[in-house]
Design a protein around this ligand. Structure first.
Ligand SMILES: [Zn+2]
Length: 235
């Protein structure tokens, strides 16, 4: 009789579990495909957010900023957030503070490596992208979450999409290779270790918390008719 091989634990997946030296009985909990999707999206079942999914919310956030008549103030605030984000990412003491008041001292070496990788990535993106557009994008992802919570399998999966969408604003998060079959340069998303992705999401969530609240509140008031939706072009 053949031994019963363990199956992937992802609901709806019937693949055999992948071989793993550290897993129980020589097997991991999921199949290789699910493991890869988990690294990319925080959960194998999480669908990737596309640019076209977020675009209407970006538009909406821009509209809300116009409506509240706070364009200038918002731009100043978003530039400030980017400046502070860069400062914090550069400062080893401060980055430990953001991580729930835990300090780097006493951390395991790989924990430090994740943090360093996360903060390096933050710096790269901050230096390569526009503060205002990035801030609007972050708020748009949160607005999407509030409108369509079912799009996210779990809070963790949301974190991955947030980081991913934010990083995708720069080609720095993308690697490229020559695809012989298609005869052209093909871009692939450069994956970060899971913990680094989560750390970046935490930075973004903390940094933009106030701005996100402002946008969600403006959205609520507008939906409830407390603020008339007047086009700034006609008023
Ligand atoms: Zn699977």
């Amino acid at each position: 009789m053949l031994p019963v091989l363990p199956r992937c634990i992802t609901p709806g997946c019937s693949n055999p579990a992948r071989a793993s030296l550290v897993g129980y009985g020589g097997f991991g909990r999921t199949c290789e495909a699910c493991r890869q999707r988990g690294i990319r999206n925080g959960d194998p079942r999480q669908q990737r957010l596309l640019k076209s999914d977020v675009a209407p919310y970006v538009h909406r956030v821009e509209k809300l900023i116009q409506l509240t008549g706070s364009k200038e103030r918002v731009e100043i605030a978003l530039k400030d957030i980017y400046r502070i984000l860069a400062e914090v990412a550069r400062d080893p003491a401060a980055r430990a503070v953001v991580r729930r008041l835990r300090h780097l001292e006493g951390s395991k070496p790989w924990v430090v490596r994740w943090k360093v990788q996360a903060t390096n990535e933050i710096l790269r993106v901050v230096q390569d992208t526009d503060a205002v557009q990035s801030g609007i994008l972050v708020a748009a992802v949160f607005l999407l979450q509030s409108k369509q919570p079912h799009r996210f399998i779990s809070p963790l999966a949301f974190q991955y999409q947030l980081t991913r969408v934010w990083r995708a604003r720069t080609f720095l998060s993308v690697g490229s290779y020559w695809d012989n079959q298609r005869g052209k340069v093909t871009r692939i998303y450069r994956e970060l270790p899971r913990r680094s992705t989560e750390i970046i999401a935490e930075y973004l969530t903390v940094s933009y918390a106030k701005f996100v609240r402002f946008i969600l509140e403006a959205n609520r008031k507008q939906v409830e008719g407390l603020v008339p939706f007047i086009s700034p072009l006609t008023s």
